[in-house]
Structure formats: C-alpha cells, structure tokens
Design a protein around this ligand. Structure first.
Ligand code: BMA
Length: 317
C-alpha cells in the first residue's frame, strides 16, 4: 500500500535513499535504540555523537564517523561518553540528545546535552578538543529543561544558549528560551525567544530547538520541532525560524507551515512512533545535511539546498 501522506511531502528536504543510515542492529555492542545524534565536521570526517539507549533503558553517547557523512560508518566499540554519576549525580538516569558546536577561533567543541536526573531532565555542558577526552561543566540549567544548544560565538562578550524549560502546566506552553553567560557556567538574563503556538497549530504548546543555530548571511537559521498532541499520541514535526545575526534575541522570521515530518515507515514505527527529531546538521557548500532520530529507534538523513531554505524562510512573515 502506498503511504497515504506522501502528497504532504516537503519540497525543501529530501530523504536520503538508503535511510535509515544507522540502526541498533549495526551497533558493535548490544543496544536497544540509536537516535537523536549531534553532528559536526571534524577534520576530514563527519562525526556523530549518537544517543544510544541501552537494554536497561538508560542512554549514553557513542561516536560514529564517516568520510562522506552517508556511508561506511565507523562506530566506537563501546560507549564514548557515559554518565559519570559519582561526580555528576544529575546524570543518574542517562545522558541524551547532544548538540555540538565548534567555537569560533577556539580549539574547543561544546556539547550541550540532556542529563536525566532524579528530579527530571536538565541541561548539561561539556567541552572537548578531540572527542576522546571531555571536560564537564556539570548542570547549567535545573529541571525540567532540555533541547539546548550553544551559539558558536559570543554576543557582546557573552555566550548565548537556546533551551526549552517545561512549565508545570501543559497549557502554559513549553517555549524556547535564550540565556546568557560570561563563562559557559553561570547563566542569566533568561527570556522567551520562540513561544509554542496554541490551539490546533502543528507546534501548539510544545516546541524545542533541533540542531544548533546555523549561521547564514540572513541570520541564524533555526530548525525546531513542534509537537502536536492527538488522540493517538504526539506528532514531532519540524519548522523554521530566523534570528537576527547580531542580536539573537530578535526573531526576524517564523514560517507558518511545518516543513518536515514523519512519513516513511521507519519514522512512523518504532519505540516512539511518528517522531522526526534532528539534533545535528552539517553544511557542505550549498547542501544542508540533517541527521535526525526516526521514531526514537534509528538515525536517518534528509538534505536540502541552503539557497532554497533561505529563500523559503525569508519570504515568510
Ligand atoms: C522528547 C525528547 C526526545 C525524544 C522525543 C520523542 O521529549 O525526549 O529525546 O526523541 O521526546 O520521544
């Protein structure tokens, strides 16, 4: 039977023909699922820090590298970054959903990830230069908070972080916030940046950042997920926004329509059905390569032309 939703396919993003590219069966050790990977160009390779859920249900991060970013993945033979509960008790139930940025004029890569603490999910930060050894900064936002990424450079002498605190009441909306820090450790000047819409919108009541902000001539391109709650469960789809290049507190565009969502079998069926959840992109020339978790089970790729994406975003309101 052909997929009844195929006519709703986005024109901007195209799925890679051999999706999904990374599946639990490919792992060198026994795992439940592999999804929501951070991505970065590292030397000549594309490096993913993959969220791996073990057979207990806890997540850690595992490195996978590929020369072309699509094929021949070399996967670490064990966990690359595991919860370190003795020193960081907030990592008790695992670490999840990393977003990686390379700092400008700096050797460091910053990884912002979700730690699953006894009091719920929160935001943690670590740095690395080589993806072998990591320096942890610990919890930088208290629970409940997730879907966070740093910007790769400072604004007026301060680092900026996007993240998504969750309010106690669903109807108040889980919105994307921005916060600032002089040292990556102490954060303040918290403000709502991109609120969830309300009512029947595709991104009503819950939104969260996808990959790190992407620097473009038009501004910081934001790919975010919106969650629509239905009688049958949640639908995780993607939308686009643009922030001012010099002042990321200013949202200059926000598209109305979602641009990518669950459609193929591997996105619709899995541990959590109907989820497309990117945590990383790599830009090569005009090609935007987006790595997304599919149904919280495997990792897939969709590509887009940066030129087309920018034209689409800038012609919206
Ligand atoms: C979100 C996050 C993601 C997950 C998604 C769908 O809240 O926890 O890690 O992919 O739910 O289950």
């Amino acid at each position: 039977m052909s997929n009844p939703q195929t006519h709703q396919e986005s024109i901007l993003f195209k799925r890679y023909k051999n999706n999904p590219v990374l599946t639990p069966g490919m792992w060198p050790y026994r795992v439940n699922s592999v999804f929501n990977a951070g991505a970065i160009q590292f030397g000549k390779k594309i490096l993913l820090l993959v969220r791996v859920e073990d057979m207990k249900g806890f997540s850690h991060l595992c490195k996978a590298e590929s020369k072309d970013g699509f094929t021949n993945w070399k996967i670490d033979t064990g966990p690359s970054l595991s919860p370190k509960v003795g020193d960081y008790p907030e990592e008790k139930y695992g670490i999840e959903d990393p977003r990686i940025v390379k700092l400008e004029n700096d050797k460091r890569y910053v990884i912002v990830y979700t730690s699953y603490s006894e009091s719920g999910p929160l935001v943690s930060l670590a740095t690395t230069e080589d993806f072998e050894t990591y320096r942890r900064y610990g919890a930088i936002m208290p629970p409940d908070d997730k879907d966070a990424s740093l910007f790769p450079r400072m604004f007026k002498g301060r680092w900026a972080l996007l993240h998504r605190p969750s309010p106690t009441s669903y109807l108040l909306g889980a919105n994307i916030w921005i916060s600032f820090s002089p040292d990556l450790k102490h954060w303040g000047d918290h403000a709502i940046l991109l609120p969830a819409r309300k009512g029947s919108w595709w991104d009503a009541y819950k939104v969260g950042l996808g990959p790190p902000p992407i620097e473009t001539p038009e501004g910081w391109l934001i790919i975010y997920h919106g969650v629509k709650t239905t009688a049958a469960g949640s639908l995780y789809r993607l939308g686009l926004a643009m922030l001012d290049l010099d002042d990321p507190c200013k949202v200059i565009r926000r598209c109305e329509d979602w641009v990518f969502g669950p459609n193929e079998y591997y996105e619709r069926v899995g541990d959590v059905p109907d989820v497309t959840f990117p945590c990383g992109v790599v830009i090569k020339g005009d090609e935007l390569i987006m790595y997304y978790g599919a149904a919280d089970t495997s990792i897939a790729i969709a590509t887009a032309s940066m030129k087309e994406v920018l034209a689409y975003v800038m012609k919206s309101k």
